[in-house]
Design a protein around this ligand. Sequence first.
Ligand code: IDP
Length: 151
Amino acid sequence: MERALIILKPDAVQRGLIGPILSRLEQRGLRFQGLKLIQMTKDMAYQHYAEHEGKSFFSGLISYITSAPVLVLVVTGKAGTVELVRAMVGATNPAKAAPGTIRGDFGLEIGRNLIHASDSPENGERETEIFFKSEELIGQWERAIHIWIHE
Ligand code: IDP
């Protein structure tokens, strides 16, 4: 099993896009393990984006991600789930993201790209631990439609 940590960034929340974006994930058949609205702290943001420290956009990124509430959620599924979610999210720059992807359908600019999704199963685990306590995650449950989505 793999886990992806997804963040609906401040622009997605402010624009009222929580519903449409979560619908896409649900309709694809993904299973949610945990979900909550939070005000991201600077500490969480630094941990989450540690790999970008020192880059030109880093301070703007930290200001943006901590500027208003975000929705954090964990989705889980079989091997390949992280890659599948990234494909649904689309290229980092929405101007270059393919139509049909979340960024390609809802965004225009790289600094307002609506959504984060883990880029590897290892980062899925690392990022989940930043935002969720283990008791906040529902480990074992099956959607009623499971057998109509999976063989
Ligand atoms: P990703 O979100 O598609 O994985 P990363 O390269 O990991 O992309 O960058 C993390 C986030 O940093 C992006 O989603 C975006 O919000 C922001 N970012 C990346 N590059 C730029 C840039 O050149 N200008 C402004 N923000 C950027």
